[in-house]
Design a protein around this ligand. Structure first.
Ligand code: AMP
Ligand code: ZN
Length: 467
């Protein structure tokens, strides 16, 4: 298994700390609203990572937090608690909001075949753990109290920016842009471990602590929940790229200062899903959810397939046109698989060979698009249907696209939307070829092939065949 590690900025061969278990930690949702399909892109790709590890024989223990306190409107520790904003919006208590949106999140995960992590821990369950870690950070001189809050002192570290390739100036933007500069901070990058004073005094959830009644900062929860469930050494920590700074940078700072040694070996980050106006975000208010896709007639698994067809380290733009073509390709693929005759002896040699091919692509920094192309290769093989079905079912453990539970559908004809889409792609490819842009032209051909649409260049022009 090879994965790109944000820490070293390299694709690396994955080496677990222990042969017995791989520890994997995932930053969970802030449950003040529905998850949008951008958040879910991150969780889909983390799910593929977990399942690929399991497929390759690793025993994975995966832990996820639920952020139900402490995540303020700005990641730089200012603004109102997001949970409180959600509660006000809906005239409910914070705990009611947390329960409702936690359940909604796992419903969405279910629909997208995202496995529930082995441990799911709400931040409000772990207040004693936060207090224990903050107390030691204060005792060891890594933290200070100012204006009633406890801050982490980033100047105590030789190297604070361990994860990010951006320069210091760029990273400071988020902090500098912040109008409510926190006067208590000794350094701009210092962050709150425990709040007792905030401009927003109406915080509903508060706990007693050695520093007064208050509540934890956001970053401390992930460090503590990970250490509580996975110990002092962690194999893989995951999140979306917006978590790199400040959240994960701060997690490393406080965890390693507390532990006195390196904490996590691999940092896995999923790039964003964008819509036409930019990054999809909950705070923008207008965002796409799984229920909205369902109400428009899409099977949520089509969205999973949409995500799997592009690489997780590239930004992905959502569009209904592409969803439509993925939906058409998906339907045809499931139909072809459903028509396979499952009776007969499985050729285990062939199955073994294909398992290795799958590991070579999906186990290579999650090249899921090539994993999907392999399914079409299997369908084209000479071996019997039972073997094809067996291999595809095996791949589907990781891809989780419900490929082998389909019913044989009605005869498929090319619907007009799909035809228009293919013709548009053929025209684009012809234009690229004319410009001698063969990379784009080949990209278009491969993109269609991944959907089972095979282009053929003939003397009369380009034709296509749907497999
Ligand atoms: P949140 O619920 O805001 O704490 O975010 C949950 C997860 O979704 C985090 O790992 C974020 O990094 C990730 N995330 C946020 N916005 C996007 C997006 N537009 N595309 C992909 N992942 C995202
Ligand atoms: Zn986190």
């Amino acid at each position: 298994m090879k994965i790109y590690n944000t820490l070293t900025k390299k694709k690396e061969v994955f080496k677990p700390i222990s042969e017995e278990q791989v520890g994997m930690y995932t930053c969970g949702p802030t449950v003040y609203h529905y998850a949008h399909i951008g958040n879910l892109r991150t969780y889909i790709m983390e799910d593929v990572l977990e399942k690929e590890l399991r497929y390759e024989g690793y025993n994975v223990k995966r832990v996820m937090n639920i952020t139900d306190v402490g995540h303020l409107s700005s990641d730089a520790d200012t603004g109102e608690d997001k949970m409180l904003k959600g509660a006000k919006r809906e005239h409910k208590t914070v705990m009611e909001i947390a329960k409702f949106y936690t359940d909604a999140f796992f419903d969405d995960c279910n629909k997208l075949n995202i496995k529930r992590p082995d441990v799911v821990e709400p931040a409000t369950n772990c207040i004693d753990d936060f207090i224990k870690v903050i107390t030691k950070l204060l005792d060891d001189g890594y933290a200070y109290i100012a204006g009633g809050n406890v801050y982490f002192d980033t100047s105590k570290l030789d190297k604070y920016y361990t994860l990010s390739s951006h320069n210091e100036e760029e990273l400071m933007v988020g902090v500098r842009d912040d109008v409510d500069e926190d006067e208590n901070k000794k350094n701009k990058t210092d962050f709150v471990l425990w709040f007792t004073k905030s401009k927003f005094d109406n915080q509903e959830l508060k706990w007693d602590s050695p520093w007064g009644v208050g509540y934890p900062g956001w970053h401390i929860e992930c460090s503590c929940i990970s250490m509580k469930n996975l110990g002092e050494y962690l194999d893989i920590h995951c999140g979306g790229i917006d978590n790199i700074f400040p959240h994960h940078t701060n997690e490393i700072a406080q965890s390693e200062s507390y532990l006195g040694h390196k904490w996590c070996n691999y940092w896995f980050h999923v790039h964003h899903l964008n819509d036409k106006s930019g990054k999809m975000s909950k705070s923008k208010g207008d965002f796409l959810t799984v229920s909205l896709l369902e109400s428009k007639g899409y099977d949520p698994i089509v969205y999973r397939m949409f995500c799997l067809q592009s690489h997780y380290r590239k930004p992905l733009e959502f569009s209904y046109e592409v969803m439509d073509s993925v939906a058409a390709g998906y339907k045809k693929l499931r139909n072809r698989i459903a028509k396979l005759n499952k009776d007969g002896e499985v050729n285990m040699e062939a199955a073994k060979e294909y398992k290795q091919k799958f590991i070579d692509v999906v186990g290579n920094d999650l090249n899921t698009a090539s994993g999907i192309t392999l399914i079409y290769d299997v369908l084209k093989e000479d071996f019997n249907d039972a073997t094809k079905f067996y291999i595809i079912k095996d791949f589907d453990y990781v891809l989780s696209l419900n490929l082998t539970d389909g019913e044989v559908g009605a005869n498929i004809s090319v619907d007009s939307d799909l035809e228009a889409y293919i013709n548009e792609m053929i025209e684009k490819r012809a234009a690229a070829k004319k410009e001698r842009d063969f990379a784009t032209a080949d990209g278009i051909r491969d993109e269609l092939a991944a959907k089972g649409i095979i282009l053929k260049d003939t003397r009369e022009g380009t034709t296509y065949e749907i497999q």
